[in-house]
Design a protein. Sequence first.
Length: 342
Amino acid sequence: MNVYELTRALVDIESISEDEAEVGDYLLDYLGRLASGTGGAVEKIEAEAGSGVRRRANVLAVWGEPRVTLSTHMDTVPPFFPSREDDEFIWGRGSCDAKGIIAAMIAAAEKLLNDGIRNFGLLFVVGEERNSAGAAAAARTPRGSRFLVNGEPTENRLALASKGTLRLELTARGRMAHSAYPELGESAIEKLLDALAAIRRVPLPTDELLGASTLNIGTISGGRAPNVIPDSAKAELLVRLVGSPVPVREAFTRAAGSNAELKEVLYIPAVRFATVDSLPTTVVSYTTDVPVFAGSWGEPLLLGPGSIHVAHTLDERISKRELTQAVTIYADVVKRLLTRTH
């Protein structure tokens, strides 16, 4: 298949997080056929599955000793919708994030093999959109790779850095009462709103390279009925971090005061990436699997076709021009990294 055909074939396999088994089997078969004729080897790396989750696994293909590994994720966000194409784009869930990237990496591998290049690998993982279960499994089974080229939509520019993530839960407690007699109760929702208002006034850290940290109040829930004073309320917050989480946690806790309790759910640090001379660069605000790999597969780089601005949307698509360019870029990056001595 050419890179467009492979992108569409992958997009048409539904693989929402925790349901990646079918696309994993497809890639295992596809790469197995490629490896069988080129002296490569393909295997599964089992990932932990939660309660009610089908068994799933990463797919690893290597040629020689993998000093450079091209890697991205197989899973997508919901909802699933199949592929279509026009003269300029391939559309569909995962076309940009990250099945077009998988196709470009495989096409780059074929190009490298045709040029007689070995000592590289392809690693496609599960669970990136939810909990990075695949990256965690891969981190426990490193194969000696010195460089990890992680694929995410960067419009084919090398990312210099990515922001971190701090996910928090804010919970307020109150006392139920009949809404006709509010003085007999204590509204958890009002306390939560006061805490959120104070948190929104907290100045967030900035960084010369990454810019400003940002706060998103993602969900708010609480209460029982319009005629009942609410006894509980909760909000979920996510901060895109540019530095240490400590001052943010402390400032938010002070702002919430006695109105609500703050709990940390997840922290992923900001990352600085390796670069390759002469390639255009960018900075991204999203997080990736890279911190979970924790250097186990080598020094990380971040690079891929597509725009993050259309990922996770109903207009998700990837430029055919960028896909074609990515094949050449990935192959060139692998060649250049293989020649590095430090």
